[in-house]
Design a protein around this ligand. Structure first.
Ligand SMILES: NC(=O)c1ccc[n+]([C@@H]2O[C@H](COP(=O)([O-])OP(=O)(O)OC[C@H]3O[C@@H](n4cnc5c(N)ncnc54)[C@H](OP(=O)(O)O)[C@@H]3O)[C@@H](O)[C@H]2O)c1
Length: 306
């Protein structure tokens, strides 16, 4: 299992994080098998959010940990807060109460990583700093990160926050790779040149922030998987099929390998609830694509090289 450095924490973690957004509907025995399989494979990094399944994902996860006898201390538990119905909320009070809710639902005394889910327009960095200090000194949270943030928003936080920002979780997949395109089409009039994220990929590399790729097999905003969707992505699936023959792997493994091949040491957040598919993603972490293959896939996904 490929391991990567986690920001500047000095920790090495699996290159695959187990996404827990879709686990609330799983039958108990299937969820137990899923967790046991992931842990056996060395996938001990779990990604939650207080809103997943309206809080149920964290609860069913904790119940499964109890049933299976897995040990909390063998796991790296990450969760997110800051999204509330109809608004985003990074106020000190909300962050502190959200973490208490997360700890209760996950049935744990501490979170390994707390992530601010989506930028709050009304964010006051001083308040976030106070919340992080309280959470750190009480031992409730070990490390901190953000999600869907651009560099200037991270810089604004860092003006007051003492703790390192260790991760930025962003949507990233073969079709959804504008953070690569804008860096390749600098100063052009092409659609890919539009800077949607303030150069977040370079910023994270420069500042030792781990990029976590969410929805790595989806296109659009939860429009469905692109792997196997030959109607919307015929050329991409043709190249995925061709490379899967070369590497004796599945198209899912190749799509995962495309993310792992990027030198930013991106952590792929896998949302699958299927053991078979997780095995394919693990296989993808062991494939080192050629530079030419990486670019072929990129072009096949509909992007351009000027
Ligand atoms: N920070 C954020 O704003 C944010 C937003 C969304 C998600 N996330 C995190 O990212 C994780 C992953 O997101 P996601 O679930 O949308 O990502 P994903 O891994 O791209 O999608 C997984 C879903 O696609 C299905 N699928 C169908 N074909 C697939 C294939 N060939 N390969 C892989 N999956 C296929 C899976 O079904 P099966 O279960 O049958 O395999 C599952 O329902 C979430 O669990 C959550 O932790 C974060």
């Amino acid at each position: 299992m490929k391991r990567i450095p986690l920001g500047a924490t000095g920790l090495q973690v699996p290159a695959i994080a187990v996404g827990c957004m879709r686990i609330s509907g799983m039958p108990e025995d299937k969820l137990d098998q899923h967790l046991l399989y992931c842990m056996e494979q060395g996938l001990n990094f779990f990604d939650h959010a207080d809103i997943y399944g309206g809080g149920q994902c964290e609860e069913v996860f904790a119940a499964a940990v109890k049933r299976t006898g897995l040990r909390r201390e063998d796991m790296f538990l990450q969760s997110k807060c800051g999204i509330r119905p109809g608004m985003y909320d990074f106020s000190r009070e909300h962050i502190l109460s959200a973490v208490d809710g997360i700890l209760k639902r996950l049935d744990t005394e501490y979170l390994d990583m707390l992530v601010l889910h989506r930028p709050d327009a009304l964010m006051e960095p001083e308040e976030v700093a106070q919340a992080f200090d309280t959470l750190e000194s009480s031992g409730k949270v070990r490390y901190f990160g953000v999600s869907n943030h651009r560099p200037s928003q991270i810089a604004l936080l860092k003006k007051c926050v003492r703790q390192a920002i260790s991760v930025d979780q962003l949507q990233f997949s073969l079709p959804q790779s504008c953070m690569v395109s804008s860096g390749l089409e600098v100063n052009m009039e092409t659609p890919g040149a539009i800077d949607r994220d303030g150069g977040v990929l370079d910023y994270c590399r420069l500042h030792d922030i781990t990029v976590q790729a969410w929805s790595p097999f989806q296109y659009g905003f939860f429009q469905g998987p692109f792997v196997g969707n030959r109607e919307t992505y015929p050329e991409l699936n043709r190249v995925l099929d061709e490379l899967s023959e070369i590497y004796n792997a599945t198209p899912t493994a190749i799509a995962a390998a495309w993310i792992f091949r990027h030198p930013a040491n991106i952590q792929l957040v896998a949302g699958t609830t299927s053991k078979d598919r997780m095995a394919q993603i693990i296989q993808g972490s062991e494939i080192q694509l050629e530079r030419s293959e990486w670019y072929r896939l990129y072009l096949a996904a509909g992007h351009i090289l000027p």
